[in-house]
Design a protein around this ligand. Structure first.
Ligand code: G2I
Length: 470
């Protein structure tokens, strides 16, 4: 598909491998009895990879310490974009003084979880420090400032970042160039210069131009098409177009596919880079269902356009999203709700990728959970019990939360977990020393109660996912 740069080879190899599995899974799915476990991909990243596509999320570094957030980020996505940490105001807050702490943290997280890093963004009029925007530099000085920034940042992340949004949001809605300090001082040539400089710094990174409201065929996407065509004819090393896709519920995107295709026909790779679909809040269930269909439609479209290599959603949960802060009264735009529970949109996207998300809300669902196994062993006497709970996880964890019902008694002591009980619901969280668990590792903790009553083994969930009970 796009073999020239490093990521393409990896994705295609994974795609071929996993498509084979997916095909086999499809056959098995047809043959299996209704109550046999599904062999289809259960997570978003597995389902996307089975089609040779990546699925990413924007990461807010400040939330990586929240284990629920970090676990969703690692288990569901195979690509991460820094929501803010690689922007100019973070990486070069004052002239010549570079700070890569946030970006490095994200790269470490991605490498620990076998994820690609999508770099965002090198040249943008927003989150641009005022020493650049108000510096009063002439064209030649501003060009060297821009080139120095690009060279430093791209060199620092060379080998760690697969894609760069080299320039971001350079268009007005009418398709003319936005009046940024770069445009006003240097002219439109700053775009080609930025790409050439990024290419010199890392010839293997894929270099994208990224914008919003360019999803459909309109004046802005026409402006982009004309610019990109002209850059390509000048030999500018541009590899990809990022369609941000900050959409509104029920927005008409019927020309999205044909619009993508015309860019694909220029030989470019296409990425949906910042997908979210906002709703007037509070969102009702019909709106959430329509949102789910819209997420599925975008996913389906990416599957149908072979040049579309992946979809990144802009944030994990509605709670983390930029939307309510920018559009008061709107929100609910992401795949997970305020409590990090998967929304209909999540299941719709997994299903659109050919996976089987199961139904976490339905206890009678015959589909298996995503693979954790729990053993719940109780030793009881007249007026007390000691329970040992062991949960084996297929995925590495950086923090865990295990929930289950305790039908009888009050917990009077525990070990290897921070336990809280509310009626018959119990939540156990990792302590400071046992939050990190390797893939296929086991979490083990225990507690004592003041009741010796017998009850059947409860359902145990790990980070919101129901486990099978051994
Ligand atoms: O605005 C949505 C996105 C549109 N496309 C480019 C993206 O880079 C952009 O992302 C958003 C982030 O999601 C926000 O988190 O960009 C915003 C800034 O333009 C980000 O918001 C900023 C706040 O405005 C600042 O007050 C805050 O200090 O985030 C900063 C860091 O938390």
């Amino acid at each position: 598909m796009f073999p020239s740069k490093r990521r393409a080879a990896a994705v295609i190899a994974a795609g071929v491998l996993v498509s084979g599995l997916a095909l086999a899974g499809g056959v098995q799915a047809q043959e299996r009895a209704q109550d046999e476990p599904s062999t289809l991909a259960a997570s978003l990243r597995e389902a996307a990879a089975a089609n040779g596509k990546f699925v990413g999320t924007a990461i807010n570094n400040g939330l990586l310490g929240n284990s629920t957030y970090a676990n969703i980020a690692s288990s569901q996505f195979d690509s991460v974009t820094a929501e803010n940490a690689m922007k100019w105001d973070s990486t070069e807050p004052s002239r010549g003084s570079f700070n890569y702490g946030g970006g490095d943290q994200l790269v470490d997280f991605a490498q620990a979880n076998d994820q690609q890093v999508y770099g965002h963004t090198l040249v943008w009029h927003n989150q641009l420090p005022s020493w650049v925007s108000n510096g009063g530099f002439n064209a030649s000085t501003l060009t060297s400032i821009m080139n120095n920034h690009i060279t430093n940042v791209v060199n620092h992340f060379e080998n760690d970042v697969e894609y760069w949004d080299v320039v971001n949001e350079v268009f007005n809605e009418d398709g003319t160039m936005r009046g940024s300090v770069f445009q006003n001082t240097i002219g439109t040539s700053f775009v080609g210069t930025a790409f050439r400089t990024a290419d010199a710094a890392d010839p293997d990174a894929k270099l994208c131009i990224n914008d919003y409201n360019i999803e459909t065929d309109n004046a802005k996407s026409d402006g982009l098409y004309n610019l990109v065509s002209s850059l390509l004819s000048q030999g500018v090393p541009i590899d990809c177009v990022g369609f941000q896709s900050h959409l509104v519920l029920d927005q008409n995107t019927s020309s999205f596919k044909s619009n993508m295709q015309r860019f694909a026909d220029l030989g470019l790779e296409l990425i949906i880079t910042e997908l979210d679909i906002r709703i007037s809040t509070p969102a009702d269930s019909s709106e959430l269902q329509r949102q789910a269909q819209q997420y599925a439609g975008i996913t389906q479209m990416c599957l149908e356009v072979s040049a579309c290599s992946g979809i990144t959603v802009w944030g994990i949960s509605d709670r983390d999203s930029w939307v309510p802060g920018t559009f008061p009264g709107e929100g609910a735009a992401c795949l997970y709700d305020d409590n990090y529970q998967p929304k209909p949109a999540y299941s719709a996207m997994v299903t659109a990728f050919g996976g089987d998300p199961g139904d976490p809300g339905d206890p009678g669902d015959p589909d298996p959970p995503t693979g954790c196994t729990a053993s719940y062993v109780a030793n009881r006497w007249n007026n007390g019990s000691v329970v040992e709970l062991r949960v084996t996880t297929p995925q590495a964890l950086s923090g865990w939360q295990i929930t289950f019902a305790l039908p009888a008694g009050t917990i009077v002591g525990s070990w290897n977990a921070e336990i809280s009980q509310s009626g018959t619901s119990v939540t156990a969280r990792n302590t400071q020393h046992n939050g990190t668990v390797a893939a296929n590792g086991t979490v083990s903790f225990g507690f004592q109660t003041n009741s010796g009553a017998t009850y059947s083994t409860p359902v145990v969930s790990l980070n919101g996912t129901q486990c099978t009970t051994a």
